[in-house]
Design a protein around this ligand. Sequence first.
Ligand code: GLY
Length: 375
Amino acid sequence: MPQSVMMLGGGIIGLSCAMEAALRGYEVSVVESGTFGGQASGAAAGMLAPYSENTDQPDAFFRLCLQSLNLYEPWIKKVEELSGMTTDWIRSGSLNVYRHEADLLPLQSRIRWHNAWGAKAELVEGEALRNLEPGLSHDIAAALYCPEESHIYAPSLVAALETACRKLGVKLWDQAGELTELAFHESGVTVGLTGLPQISADRIVICTGAWSGALARWLDISIPIHPIRGQICSYESVPDDLRHMIFSSQAYWVNKPVGRIVCGASEDVAGFNSSVTDRGIQRLIRASERWLPRLADKETAHRWAGLRPATMDGMPLIGSVEGKPSAIMAAGHYRNGILLSPVTAMLACDLLDGRGDTSLIAPFSPNRFTALRAV
Ligand code: GLY
Protein backbone atom coordinates (compact mmCIF):
# COMPACT_ATOMS: atom_id res chain seq x y z
CA MET A 1 0.00 0.00 0.00
CA PRO A 2 1.37 3.49 -0.81
CA GLN A 3 2.32 5.75 2.08
CA SER A 4 -0.20 8.50 2.79
CA VAL A 5 0.98 12.13 2.97
CA MET A 6 -1.06 15.09 4.15
CA MET A 7 -0.19 18.62 3.02
CA LEU A 8 -1.29 21.01 5.72
CA GLY A 9 -2.03 24.23 3.83
CA GLY A 10 -3.38 24.61 0.29
CA GLY A 11 -1.44 27.57 -1.03
CA ILE A 12 0.96 27.35 -3.93
CA ILE A 13 3.52 25.43 -1.82
CA GLY A 14 1.01 22.87 -0.47
CA LEU A 15 -0.54 22.28 -3.90
CA SER A 16 2.89 21.98 -5.57
CA CYS A 17 4.11 19.48 -2.96
CA ALA A 18 0.83 17.56 -3.40
CA MET A 19 1.16 17.32 -7.18
CA GLU A 20 4.76 16.15 -6.99
CA ALA A 21 4.02 13.62 -4.21
CA ALA A 22 1.07 12.21 -6.18
CA LEU A 23 3.30 11.86 -9.25
CA ARG A 24 5.78 9.93 -7.10
CA GLY A 25 3.10 7.45 -6.07
CA TYR A 26 2.04 8.67 -2.63
CA GLU A 27 -1.60 8.75 -1.52
CA VAL A 28 -1.98 12.50 -1.01
CA SER A 29 -4.43 14.81 0.73
CA VAL A 30 -4.39 18.61 1.06
CA VAL A 31 -6.08 20.26 4.02
CA GLU A 32 -6.72 24.00 3.69
CA SER A 33 -8.40 26.07 6.38
CA GLY A 34 -9.92 28.51 3.83
CA THR A 35 -9.82 28.44 0.03
CA PHE A 36 -6.97 27.05 -2.10
CA GLY A 37 -4.48 29.82 -2.83
CA GLY A 38 -6.68 32.21 -0.86
CA GLN A 39 -3.82 33.93 1.01
CA ALA A 40 -0.36 35.04 -0.17
CA SER A 41 -0.43 32.75 -3.24
CA GLY A 42 -3.49 34.33 -4.81
CA ALA A 43 -2.35 37.87 -3.99
CA ALA A 44 1.12 37.49 -5.47
CA ALA A 45 2.41 39.34 -8.54
CA GLY A 46 3.94 36.03 -9.68
CA MET A 47 7.41 37.32 -10.56
CA LEU A 48 10.01 34.67 -11.37
CA ALA A 49 12.91 37.00 -10.72
CA PRO A 50 15.83 35.52 -8.76
CA TYR A 51 18.23 38.23 -9.95
CA SER A 52 15.98 41.20 -9.22
CA GLU A 53 14.98 39.80 -5.83
CA ASN A 54 18.61 39.09 -4.80
CA THR A 55 20.73 42.14 -5.41
CA ASP A 56 23.59 41.68 -2.93
CA GLN A 57 25.36 38.37 -3.41
CA PRO A 58 24.97 34.81 -4.71
CA ASP A 59 24.18 33.27 -1.32
CA ALA A 60 22.37 30.00 -0.57
CA PHE A 61 18.98 31.67 -0.93
CA PHE A 62 19.84 33.08 -4.37
CA ARG A 63 21.08 29.64 -5.45
CA LEU A 64 17.79 28.08 -4.33
CA CYS A 65 15.84 30.72 -6.30
CA LEU A 66 17.96 30.12 -9.40
CA GLN A 67 17.57 26.36 -9.14
CA SER A 68 13.81 26.81 -8.96
CA LEU A 69 13.80 29.11 -12.01
CA ASN A 70 15.71 26.43 -13.89
CA LEU A 71 13.03 23.88 -12.94
CA TYR A 72 10.16 26.10 -14.04
CA GLU A 73 9.83 25.12 -17.69
CA PRO A 74 9.41 21.34 -17.24
CA TRP A 75 7.37 21.97 -14.08
CA ILE A 76 4.86 24.26 -15.80
CA LYS A 77 4.66 21.91 -18.78
CA LYS A 78 3.64 19.16 -16.35
CA VAL A 79 1.08 21.39 -14.56
CA GLU A 80 -0.45 22.53 -17.86
CA GLU A 81 -0.53 19.05 -19.40
CA LEU A 82 -2.10 17.46 -16.33
CA SER A 83 -4.67 20.21 -15.82
CA GLY A 84 -5.38 21.10 -19.45
CA MET A 85 -5.16 24.76 -18.33
CA THR A 86 -2.82 27.66 -18.99
CA THR A 87 -0.76 29.32 -16.29
CA ASP A 88 -0.25 32.54 -18.31
CA TRP A 89 3.53 32.40 -18.10
CA ILE A 90 5.06 35.43 -19.85
CA ARG A 91 8.77 35.53 -20.62
CA SER A 92 8.95 39.29 -20.48
CA GLY A 93 12.45 39.91 -19.09
CA SER A 94 12.94 42.60 -16.46
CA LEU A 95 14.36 46.10 -16.15
CA ASN A 96 15.75 47.37 -12.84
CA VAL A 97 15.56 51.12 -13.38
CA TYR A 98 17.74 53.85 -11.85
CA ARG A 99 17.59 57.64 -11.91
CA HIS A 100 21.01 58.62 -10.61
CA GLU A 101 24.48 58.13 -12.05
CA ALA A 102 25.71 57.27 -8.55
CA ASP A 103 23.70 54.04 -8.80
CA LEU A 104 25.72 52.85 -11.79
CA LEU A 105 28.79 51.65 -9.90
CA PRO A 106 26.95 49.13 -7.67
CA LEU A 107 24.97 48.15 -10.76
CA GLN A 108 28.17 47.20 -12.63
CA SER A 109 29.26 44.87 -9.83
CA ARG A 110 25.79 43.37 -9.70
CA ILE A 111 25.88 42.71 -13.45
CA ARG A 112 29.27 41.00 -13.04
CA TRP A 113 28.03 38.47 -10.50
CA HIS A 114 24.72 37.95 -12.30
CA ASN A 115 26.64 37.16 -15.50
CA ALA A 116 28.90 34.79 -13.59
CA TRP A 117 25.76 32.90 -12.56
CA GLY A 118 24.53 32.53 -16.12
CA ALA A 119 22.31 35.59 -16.56
CA LYS A 120 22.55 37.63 -19.75
CA ALA A 121 22.16 40.77 -17.64
CA GLU A 122 23.35 44.00 -19.27
CA LEU A 123 23.22 47.74 -18.72
CA VAL A 124 20.90 49.67 -21.05
CA GLU A 125 20.80 53.45 -21.31
CA GLY A 126 19.35 56.30 -23.38
CA GLU A 127 17.82 55.49 -26.75
CA ALA A 128 18.26 51.73 -26.31
CA LEU A 129 16.30 51.85 -23.06
CA ARG A 130 13.52 53.99 -24.61
CA ASN A 131 13.21 51.52 -27.49
CA LEU A 132 13.03 48.59 -25.11
CA GLU A 133 10.37 50.19 -22.88
CA PRO A 134 8.85 53.38 -24.35
CA GLY A 135 6.59 54.08 -21.36
CA LEU A 136 9.39 54.74 -18.86
CA SER A 137 9.96 58.21 -17.46
CA HIS A 138 12.57 60.08 -19.54
CA ASP A 139 14.68 61.02 -16.53
CA ILE A 140 15.57 57.38 -15.85
CA ALA A 141 19.36 57.18 -16.33
CA ALA A 142 19.81 53.46 -16.90
CA ALA A 143 18.44 49.99 -16.31
CA LEU A 144 19.77 46.55 -15.66
CA TYR A 145 18.10 44.39 -18.30
CA CYS A 146 17.68 40.74 -17.36
CA PRO A 147 16.07 38.76 -20.20
CA GLU A 148 15.84 35.49 -18.21
CA GLU A 149 13.26 36.79 -15.73
CA SER A 150 9.58 36.16 -16.33
CA HIS A 151 6.20 36.14 -14.60
CA ILE A 152 3.22 33.91 -14.18
CA TYR A 153 -0.37 34.75 -13.31
CA ALA A 154 -0.66 33.39 -9.77
CA PRO A 155 -4.47 32.79 -9.79
CA SER A 156 -4.10 30.77 -13.04
CA LEU A 157 -1.26 28.75 -11.49
CA VAL A 158 -3.31 28.00 -8.36
CA ALA A 159 -6.33 26.92 -10.45
CA ALA A 160 -4.17 24.73 -12.72
CA LEU A 161 -2.37 23.10 -9.77
CA GLU A 162 -5.67 22.40 -8.02
CA THR A 163 -7.08 20.78 -11.18
CA ALA A 164 -3.86 18.79 -11.76
CA CYS A 165 -4.04 17.50 -8.18
CA ARG A 166 -7.70 16.50 -8.58
CA LYS A 167 -6.91 14.63 -11.81
CA LEU A 168 -4.10 12.77 -10.02
CA GLY A 169 -6.55 11.63 -7.33
CA VAL A 170 -5.32 13.95 -4.55
CA LYS A 171 -8.01 14.39 -1.87
CA LEU A 172 -8.57 18.13 -1.51
CA TRP A 173 -10.23 19.52 1.60
CA ASP A 174 -10.89 23.27 1.69
CA GLN A 175 -12.80 25.31 4.33
CA ALA A 176 -11.34 22.91 6.91
CA GLY A 177 -11.32 25.58 9.64
CA GLU A 178 -8.90 26.19 12.49
CA LEU A 179 -6.26 23.65 13.53
CA THR A 180 -7.10 22.29 16.99
CA GLU A 181 -4.76 19.30 17.22
CA LEU A 182 -1.58 17.97 15.66
CA ALA A 183 -0.68 14.67 17.30
CA PHE A 184 2.31 12.49 16.40
CA HIS A 185 2.24 8.77 17.14
CA GLU A 186 4.04 5.59 16.10
CA SER A 187 1.99 5.07 12.98
CA GLY A 188 1.96 8.68 11.79
CA VAL A 189 0.10 11.88 12.47
CA THR A 190 -3.47 12.92 13.31
CA VAL A 191 -4.90 16.35 12.64
CA GLY A 192 -7.96 17.94 14.22
CA LEU A 193 -9.68 20.91 12.58
CA THR A 194 -12.88 22.78 13.44
CA GLY A 195 -14.42 22.16 10.00
CA LEU A 196 -13.52 18.50 9.37
CA PRO A 197 -13.65 15.14 11.14
CA GLN A 198 -10.21 14.14 12.51
CA ILE A 199 -7.90 12.92 9.73
CA SER A 200 -4.69 10.87 9.80
CA ALA A 201 -1.77 10.16 7.51
CA ASP A 202 1.60 8.42 7.64
CA ARG A 203 3.46 11.70 7.01
CA ILE A 204 2.70 15.42 7.03
CA VAL A 205 4.18 18.38 5.14
CA ILE A 206 3.54 21.70 6.89
CA CYS A 207 2.83 24.38 4.27
CA THR A 208 0.91 26.88 6.38
CA GLY A 209 2.68 30.06 5.23
CA ALA A 210 2.35 33.10 7.48
CA TRP A 211 0.30 31.06 9.98
CA SER A 212 3.07 28.51 10.65
CA GLY A 213 4.36 30.11 13.87
CA ALA A 214 1.32 28.83 15.77
CA LEU A 215 2.36 25.23 15.08
CA ALA A 216 5.49 25.54 17.24
CA ARG A 217 3.67 24.16 20.28
CA TRP A 218 2.95 20.87 18.50
CA LEU A 219 6.24 20.60 16.60
CA ASP A 220 8.47 21.45 19.58
CA ILE A 221 10.70 23.73 17.54
CA SER A 222 10.87 27.50 17.32
CA ILE A 223 9.17 28.80 14.15
CA PRO A 224 9.88 32.53 13.83
CA ILE A 225 7.57 33.14 10.86
CA HIS A 226 5.49 36.30 10.91
CA PRO A 227 3.14 38.01 8.42
CA ILE A 228 4.32 41.01 6.39
CA ARG A 229 1.50 42.65 4.49
CA GLY A 230 1.93 43.42 0.80
CA GLN A 231 -0.53 45.96 -0.56
CA ILE A 232 -0.98 45.94 -4.34
CA CYS A 233 -3.02 47.82 -6.93
CA SER A 234 -3.64 47.35 -10.63
CA TYR A 235 -4.39 49.47 -13.71
CA GLU A 236 -6.19 48.46 -16.90
CA SER A 237 -3.73 47.77 -19.71
CA VAL A 238 -3.05 46.38 -23.18
CA PRO A 239 0.05 44.22 -23.87
CA ASP A 240 2.16 47.05 -25.34
CA ASP A 241 1.58 49.36 -22.32
CA LEU A 242 4.45 47.62 -20.55
CA ARG A 243 6.62 44.95 -22.18
CA HIS A 244 8.95 44.08 -19.27
CA MET A 245 8.67 43.69 -15.53
CA ILE A 246 9.92 46.95 -14.04
CA PHE A 247 11.65 47.13 -10.66
CA SER A 248 12.39 50.52 -9.07
CA SER A 249 13.51 51.49 -5.59
CA GLN A 250 9.87 52.31 -4.73
CA ALA A 251 7.69 49.71 -6.46
CA TYR A 252 7.47 47.14 -9.24
CA TRP A 253 5.10 46.81 -12.22
CA VAL A 254 4.05 43.72 -14.14
CA ASN A 255 1.70 43.68 -17.16
CA LYS A 256 -0.59 40.64 -16.94
CA PRO A 257 -2.28 39.01 -19.96
CA VAL A 258 -5.64 39.53 -18.24
CA GLY A 259 -5.32 43.24 -19.17
CA ARG A 260 -3.93 44.63 -15.92
CA ILE A 261 -0.66 46.25 -14.87
CA VAL A 262 -0.06 45.06 -11.32
CA CYS A 263 1.84 47.51 -9.10
CA GLY A 264 3.28 46.28 -5.81
CA ALA A 265 3.93 46.13 -3.05
CA SER A 266 4.13 47.56 0.43
CA GLU A 267 5.99 45.73 3.18
CA ASP A 268 4.12 46.63 6.34
CA VAL A 269 3.59 44.96 9.69
CA ALA A 270 -0.14 44.71 10.38
CA GLY A 271 -0.48 41.35 12.13
CA PHE A 272 -2.94 39.15 10.26
CA ASN A 273 -4.85 42.14 8.88
CA SER A 274 -4.92 41.82 5.08
CA SER A 275 -6.99 44.90 4.27
CA VAL A 276 -5.63 47.77 2.15
CA THR A 277 -5.00 51.27 3.48
CA ASP A 278 -5.27 54.53 1.59
CA ARG A 279 -1.73 55.45 2.68
CA GLY A 280 -0.28 52.18 1.36
CA ILE A 281 -2.00 52.46 -2.03
CA GLN A 282 -1.27 56.19 -2.43
CA ARG A 283 2.42 55.43 -2.10
CA LEU A 284 2.16 52.99 -5.04
CA ILE A 285 0.16 55.51 -7.08
CA ARG A 286 2.81 58.20 -6.52
CA ALA A 287 5.57 55.78 -7.54
CA SER A 288 3.59 54.84 -10.68
CA GLU A 289 3.27 58.50 -11.69
CA ARG A 290 6.98 59.02 -11.14
CA TRP A 291 8.38 56.02 -13.03
CA LEU A 292 5.63 55.31 -15.59
CA PRO A 293 4.05 58.71 -16.38
CA ARG A 294 1.35 57.15 -18.61
CA LEU A 295 -0.24 55.72 -15.47
CA ALA A 296 -0.69 59.23 -14.00
CA ASP A 297 -4.00 59.70 -15.85
CA LYS A 298 -5.37 56.30 -14.94
CA GLU A 299 -7.53 55.24 -12.02
CA THR A 300 -6.56 52.05 -10.23
CA ALA A 301 -8.78 49.16 -11.32
CA HIS A 302 -8.33 46.99 -8.26
CA ARG A 303 -6.61 47.14 -4.83
CA TRP A 304 -5.78 44.18 -2.60
CA ALA A 305 -3.29 42.80 -0.08
CA GLY A 306 -1.68 39.52 0.93
CA LEU A 307 0.32 38.37 3.94
CA ARG A 308 3.83 37.18 3.10
CA PRO A 309 5.34 34.56 5.42
CA ALA A 310 8.54 36.28 6.57
CA THR A 311 11.23 34.55 8.62
CA MET A 312 13.80 35.93 11.00
CA ASP A 313 16.71 35.44 8.59
CA GLY A 314 14.80 35.92 5.34
CA MET A 315 15.14 32.27 4.28
CA PRO A 316 12.41 29.61 4.12
CA LEU A 317 12.11 26.61 6.46
CA ILE A 318 12.43 23.49 4.32
CA GLY A 319 13.39 20.16 5.84
CA SER A 320 12.60 17.42 8.34
CA VAL A 321 11.47 18.45 11.81
CA GLU A 322 13.83 17.32 14.57
CA GLY A 323 12.24 14.73 16.85
CA LYS A 324 9.17 14.34 14.60
CA PRO A 325 10.14 11.78 11.96
CA SER A 326 6.80 12.03 10.18
CA ALA A 327 6.90 15.84 9.78
CA ILE A 328 8.48 17.99 7.06
CA MET A 329 8.28 21.77 6.92
CA ALA A 330 7.95 23.82 3.75
CA ALA A 331 7.04 27.35 4.82
CA GLY A 332 8.36 30.90 5.18
CA HIS A 333 8.98 31.69 1.50
CA TYR A 334 8.38 35.42 2.08
CA ARG A 335 8.56 37.28 -1.29
CA ASN A 336 9.34 34.24 -3.43
CA GLY A 337 6.74 31.53 -2.86
CA ILE A 338 5.68 31.36 -6.51
CA LEU A 339 9.28 31.24 -7.75
CA LEU A 340 10.32 28.67 -5.13
CA SER A 341 7.35 26.31 -5.54
CA PRO A 342 8.96 23.77 -7.93
CA VAL A 343 12.22 23.43 -5.97
CA THR A 344 10.32 23.23 -2.68
CA ALA A 345 8.09 20.46 -4.06
CA MET A 346 11.17 18.53 -5.26
CA LEU A 347 13.04 18.94 -1.97
CA ALA A 348 10.04 18.03 0.20
CA CYS A 349 9.31 14.95 -1.92
CA ASP A 350 13.00 13.91 -1.94
CA LEU A 351 12.77 13.96 1.87
CA LEU A 352 9.59 11.85 1.72
CA ASP A 353 11.51 9.43 -0.51
CA GLY A 354 14.33 9.34 2.04
CA ARG A 355 16.93 10.99 -0.22
CA GLY A 356 17.93 14.49 -1.20
CA ASP A 357 20.78 16.92 -1.65
CA THR A 358 21.68 17.68 1.96
CA SER A 359 24.18 20.40 1.03
CA LEU A 360 21.46 22.32 -0.80
CA ILE A 361 18.89 21.96 1.92
CA ALA A 362 21.03 22.42 5.07
CA PRO A 363 20.84 26.27 5.20
CA PHE A 364 17.04 26.03 5.25
CA SER A 365 16.73 23.57 8.11
CA PRO A 366 13.53 24.21 10.11
CA ASN A 367 15.52 23.36 13.25
CA ARG A 368 17.98 26.26 12.90
CA PHE A 369 16.11 28.49 15.35
CA THR A 370 16.11 25.99 18.21
CA ALA A 371 18.39 28.20 20.36
CA LEU A 372 15.56 30.76 20.45
CA ARG A 373 13.46 28.42 22.58
CA ALA A 374 15.70 28.96 25.57
CA VAL A 375 15.27 32.77 25.57
N1 GLY B 1 7.58 39.04 -4.77
C1 GLY B 1 7.12 40.37 -4.66
C2 GLY B 1 6.47 40.70 -3.40
O1 GLY B 1 6.45 39.93 -2.47
O2 GLY B 1 5.94 41.79 -3.31
